[in-house]
Design a protein around this ligand. Sequence first.
Ligand SMILES: [Zn+2]
Length: 176
Amino acid sequence: MVASLVTLFKKLKFGTDENVGWGPIDLPELELQTTAYWLTGEELADGWRRDELDVALIGAGRAIQAVAAVLLMIDPRDLGLVSQVRSPHHDAPTIYLYEAVPGGVGLSERLWARHEELVDGAADLIATCSCDAGCPACTGPRLEPGVDAKALALRLLRGLGARRTPVRRAAIPGAA
Ligand SMILES: [Zn+2]
C-alpha cells in the first residue's frame, strides 16, 4: 500500500509557468494498493554515511526507473519510486518501483525478470552521462548542491552487483 499526502500547493501562471506563490492545503491521504518490484541490500548499510546512502538510493532509483521505462516500453510515470535508507519491511536499504495503477498490471514481474539488465543499465546510464555530479538525465534533479550524486549512485549500483562496462568513447574524426 502506497500512501501519499499532499500538504502544499503552488500557483503557476498559465503560459509561462511562473511561480506566483504557494501555501498549505488540507486533503485526505491517498492510498494505492498495488504491486512493486524492489531491490534491497543488507550489506549496503555498512560503510555508508546515512545522508550519502539516501542520495545514492534516490540517484540509483531514478536511473533504474529511466532504464525500466525503456526496457518495458512504458511511460516513466507508470512506475512510482520510493527509496528508504532502512525499509521497515526488510530492515535494510531498499529501492521500490511500484506500479501507479491500482493492483498493478504485471510490470513488477517483468522488472523482476530483467533485474540484472536494470542494475547494469542504470550503472551504464550514469557512468556514460556527460554530467559531472548527477543531472536530471541520469540521477534525477539535484536536491543537494555540492553532493556527488553520480559517484554515490554508481557506488551503490556496484554494491548491488552492477557489472563494470567499458566507457564508450565517441570516435573523433581525424584521430589516429
Ligand atoms: Zn547525468
